[in-house]
Design a protein around this ligand. Structure first.
Ligand code: 5AD
Ligand code: SF4
Length: 470
């Protein structure tokens, strides 16, 4: 069945809803860019869409259940549209699609198309096939590199997306932590070539992007082919990208302690653009071994000590899992002790969620739900306490803020500190997309408040002369 609006000259509308990690946000944008060249325009309203894509996450059970309940809502939306004579094509993409494949169509027959993270460059063809009325499932790991087939974002689309952008530099993972589905859903570790990344970052910086976040499931395992034919490390790539005019901030996520080499630690000392923020996993030694993390708590502490020596103002964040199979109160006490010793600026913490097909899911010694909930609450309390203490150290200090969007109050903008906290500041809209020094005057629960600092070039609050203002 072809879309009613085909042939009428009206563009078809696309709505992509992203779940889970930053890579899904990046992938969703690339899908929209890919379909823009096919005449699709993006809409934020799902009920207006002719093609509706859910870009899903499989990392924890809750994330999967969210997708199925959303599909229930979409089934009703699709029937309403059908009553108006409009066909809505529903696609499920991402890691749930990869892991569940045809099962999705069995459980949610409203779905027309299922495709995995390695297939989205084939989207126009897949949509054409699914529009013909048959159900289409594509969860192959193709031999060709999808990045070679993707349409770049237009300058307008990039500008509309704001002052920071994600760039996937690496995908997949070979670490096989025993709790994690990533090696199965995203596949083997692969790094994109340096030249392609330089070109992508140059385009973004030229369109006004100031902060680049390099992303990958195990980003510091990056080992891409350099223009000199040699293999480049993440440290070398960061040095090269920091030289691109307009790039004021560089971040990278998510990394593994084992891949934190000396060069990368030195890059935190040498590159002003490299923002002091770094996520690292952790746990008790017995549990770390059972997780197949291949590092001890002491190894991890030593990485942190070296990072702090290289960059004293580094803000550390981490991910934690509580209630991994076999975790005792004493293991959990080790996690709390580690949190106390490190002093995080913030961290994500999750209850262990058994993922089908991963080794830990089959263990008989699963931790009871109420113990998991209790440990999660205690861990979050410890992390919140440290985050508040970290924020307190910023009070009265002047820090650089990258202004990202208008605030709720008129005349107010919201930006981000180098440590990723939102900062609310009274500032003219000409500051959007720019970095300016801000004095932190008050602390809120989830954000900081500040005033534009009177830096020499800002006397009388003259807006910065934007080379490529948004
Ligand atoms: N259960 C709970 N949390 C998980 N994570 C990954 N797999 C699981 C799981 N099975 C968490 C880890 C990882 C983050 C992205 O999600 O902490 O770093
Ligand atoms: Fe998953 Fe990260 Fe472990 Fe890879 S390193 S298996 S992505 S948790």
């Amino acid at each position: 069945m072809t879309n009613q609006r085909d042939g009428t000259g009206m563009s078809r509308k696309l709505h992509v809803k992203s779940y889970g990690c930053q890579m899904n946000v990046y992938d969703s944008q690339r899908m929209a860019d890919m379909l823009a060249s096919e005449g699709f325009s993006e809409t934020v309203e799902p009920q207006e869409a002719d093609v509706l894509i859910l870009n899903t996450c499989h990392i924890r059970e809750k994330a999967v259940e969210k997708v199925y309940s959303e599909l229930g809502r979409i089934r009703r939306l699709k029937s309403r549209a059908a009553r108006e004579g409009r066909h809505v094509l529903v696609a499920v993409a991402g890691c749930v699609a990869q892991a569940e494949g045809e099962e999705i169509i069995r459980r949610a027959p409203t779905v027309d198309l299922v495709f995995g993270p390695q297939s989205y460059h084939r989207l126009p063809e897949l949509i054409a096939r699914a529009s013909g009325g048959s159900k289409v499932v594509d969860t192959e790991f193709p031999v060709e590199d999808k990045f070679d087939h993707l349409a770049p974002a237009s300058r307008e689309a990039t500008k509309a997306r704001g002052a920071n952008a994600f760039v996937t530099v690496q995908e997949g993972c070979d670490k096989f932590c025993t709790f994690c589905v990533v090696p199965y859903t995203r596949g083997a570790e692969m790094s994109r070539p340096v030249a392609k990344l330089i070109a992508e970052v140059e385009r973004l910086a030229d369109a006004g992007v100031r902060e680049i976040r390099l992303i990958g499931q195990n980003v510091n395992a990056y080992h891409g082919e350099g223009p000199d034919g040699r293999t480049w490390s993440l440290a070398r790539l960061l040095h090269r990208l920091a030289d691109i005019p307009g790039v004021a901030r560089l971040r990278y996520t998510t990394s593994h302690p084992r891949d934190m080499d000396d060069d990368l630690i030195a890059a935190h000392r040498d590159l002003a653009a490299l923002m002091p923020q770094l996520p690292v996993q952790s746990g008790s030694d017995r549990i770390l071994a059972a997780m197949n993390r291949r590092h001890t708590s002491a190894d991890y502490r030593s990485v942190i000590d070296r990072l702090r020596a290289a960059r004293p103002d580094i803000a550390l964040t981490s991910d934690f899992i509580v209630g991994f199979p076999g975790e005792t109160e004493s293991d959990f006490a080790d996690t709390l002790a580690l949190v106390d010793a490190v002093g995080y600026a913030g961290a994500f913490s999750f209850k262990y969620s058994p993922r089908p097909g991963t080794p830990a899911a089959d263990r008989a010694d699963q931790v009871a739900e109420d113990a998991k909930a209790d440990r999660l609450a205690r861990l979050q309390q410890a992390i919140d306490r440290d985050a508040a203490a970290f924020n307190k150290t910023l009070l009265g200090r002047t820090i650089d803020v990258l202004f990202e969007k208008a605030g709720r109050r008129s005349g107010q903008l919201i930006g981000r500190s180098p440590y990723l906290q939102p900062v609310q500041v009274m500032a003219p809209t000409s500051f959007l997309g720019e970095i300016a020094p801000v004095r932190i005057t008050a602390l809120g629960t989830n954000s900081l408040f500040g005033m534009l600092a009177k830096a020499p070039h800002l006397h009388g609050i003259v807006p910065p002369t934007a080379s490529a203002g948004l």
